[in-house]
Design a protein around this ligand. Structure first.
Ligand code: ZN
Length: 500
């Protein structure tokens, strides 16, 4: 018999979607000499001068933040993280602790996925591409969304200077020109619904900006990578000084966040609009590199772009102990999935697994994600034997991690494959355990799905009374929760037609 597609195909949150990107603003006036050195890309000299200044006023908490930001802005992310951490320890009551924690969290993830040593060996162009592939959602605005409707809004009763609103309305056109009209925008007024909302707030406690200057939330359809909507929040004032942003900062931040809303990530070159770091010398203009990347991103296939990123990294490092390559392959696999090129995504996940197994320090979590996605790709191609093997590996590793990251989801897929592979005894045992666990966790809708699948298992074995009993049990839950999914409707149909 044909079992209806059972599971809503949400992966295990394979890619770590970083919903909020940050753009910090320099705390206080730096020593202009340091800024000049950064402008000239003389980073070592800037660091030396910054260190001197820092050591002369160690009791001033803001001084710590200034120094950390300087280090961050010149790519010394490890040292920056350590300074932020020490700041948090030394000044636990300081009002900027939450802000510093936010940055530490971001830095930790950056360092974990994209080691500083590798980044330092990459050209600025390659680093920019690699960051975009690793950290972004790899989403794009589809052609059907053009022109992207943009609204510039004020959050509640926030005090927002008119000039900030006015300059925000000019920013989308800058990206439009840069992209050679691959992305187009239209500003809408009043309460007209928009695709991209740029919201200015003066409330520094607002969740979206409490630990950062600005944030962009991208809402996309995971399966296709099509961006539906994005919201940008920008704080009107500097977290550090509390003073109103300069016009150039405001413009730079809005342009930067729109870059994220379009799918781009960070550049390591302080000249670029998508540069991230404490010291900002960009005055609100896109550089040739920004222009090149947005054009590449919208004209080329993400799978190819991932390959370019992988090739660039291979040239500078063979380090398998970092998460760099697995992450790149994982993202490439996702891009292949979105094109329904499952054969190629299988190769990507296999590459990721090979790299992980070669590493001495790999994390089980990464292996689990890859085995799961590999199984999922096989399942999509109806290769249930191969799918089962990989789901089984994912499940075994997950059990060793106390069921993390999502043993239940893995077992649901394994259960489904075992039925397809006619491993009825194993499947029955697994299904019953799964149903029990879902019941205990109160996940009733998922539980009903699995009871229904158990029914199909009995059904396939021609155990009609048991099949009917399961279908009825599942239907009762579907009805109670008013669920009208494919499974629920199929279940109702079976209840009506199956004779015990
Ligand atoms: Zn950013």
């Amino acid at each position: 018999m044909q079992v209806a597609k059972v599971i809503c195909r949400i992966t295990l949150a394979t890619i770590c979607v970083s919903l909020f990107a940050t753009a910090s603003v320099s705390a206080r006036a730096y020593d202009p000499a340091i800024e000049e050195l950064v402008r000239k890309h003389e980073f070592d000299a800037a660091a030396a001068k910054g260190k001197q200044l820092f050591e002369s006023q160690e009791n001033d908490p803001l001084n710590w933040l200034d120094y950390a930001m300087l280090l961050e802005s010149i790519g010394r992310r490890e040292e920056a993280r350590n300074i932020y951490l020490e700041f948090i320890q030394r000044f636990p009551g300081d009002q900027h602790v939450a802000y510093a924690r936010g940055i530490v969290a971001k830095l930790e993830k950056d360092l974990d996925w994209f080691p500083q040593e590798a980044d330092q060996k990459l050209s600025a162009d390659d680093s920019y591409l690699v960051q975009t592939i690793i950290f972004s959602t790899l989403g794009k605005w589809p052609k059907s969304k053009m022109p992207i409707k943009v609204a510039v809004r004020v959050d509640g009763a926030s005090q927002v200077p008119q000039k900030f609103l006015a300059l925000s309305r000019e920013c989308p056109a800058v990206w439009q020109r840069a992209s050679n009209n691959a992305v187009t925008f239209k500003i809408v007024e009043g309460n007209t619904p928009a695709d991209l909302d740029i919201v200015w707030t003066s409330n520094s406690n607002r969740r979206e900006v409490c630990d950062r200057q600005a944030g962009t939330h991208v809402d996309l359809q995971m399966q296709t990578g099509a961006i539906n909507h994005a919201t940008i929040y920008v704080l009107t004032k500097s977290h550090m000084s509390g003073g109103l942003l300069l016009d150039t900062s405001a413009r730079r931040i809005v342009l930067h966040e729109i870059g994220h809303a379009l799918g781009l990530w960070h550049s390591k070159d302080p000249d670029d609009i998508m540069y991230y770091g404490g010291m900002h010398i960009n005055l609100g203009v896109l550089t040739a590199r920004d222009v090149a990347l947005i054009n590449k991103y919208y004209s080329r296939d993400i799978t190819d772009l991932s390959q370019l990123a992988i090739d660039a990294c291979k040239k500078v490092t063979s380090d398998h102990d970092s998460r760099l390559f697995p992450q790149l392959y994982l993202q490439q696999g996702l891009a292949c999935n979105r094109k329904h090129n499952y054969k190629q995504s299988i190769e990507c996940y296999k590459n990721a697994i090979n790299v992980l197994l070669q590493s001495n320090k790999h994390r089980n979590e990464d292996l689990i994600f890859n085995y799961f996605d590999l199984g999922d790709a096989y399942m999509t191609m109806n290769q249930y034997k191969e799918a089962e093997v990989n789901f089984r590996k994912a499940a075994e590793l997950s059990r060793a991690e106390n069921g993390q990251p999502n043993l239940t989801r893995i077992e649901e897929f394994l259960f489904y494959c075992q039925i397809e592979n006619k491993q009825y005894q194993d499947a029955e045992k697994l299904g019953q355990a799964l149903i029990l666990r879902l019941a205990k966790a109160g996940q009733l809708s998922d539980m009903a799905d699995q009871i229904y699948v158990l029914g199909t298992l009995y059904h396939a074995q021609e155990k009609y009374p048991q099949a009917l009993a399961s279908y009825k049990q599942a239907r009762a839950v579907f009805d109670k929760l008013h669920i009208n999914s494919v499974n629920a409707n199929e279940c109702r149909k079976q209840c009506a037609t199956l004779k015990p």
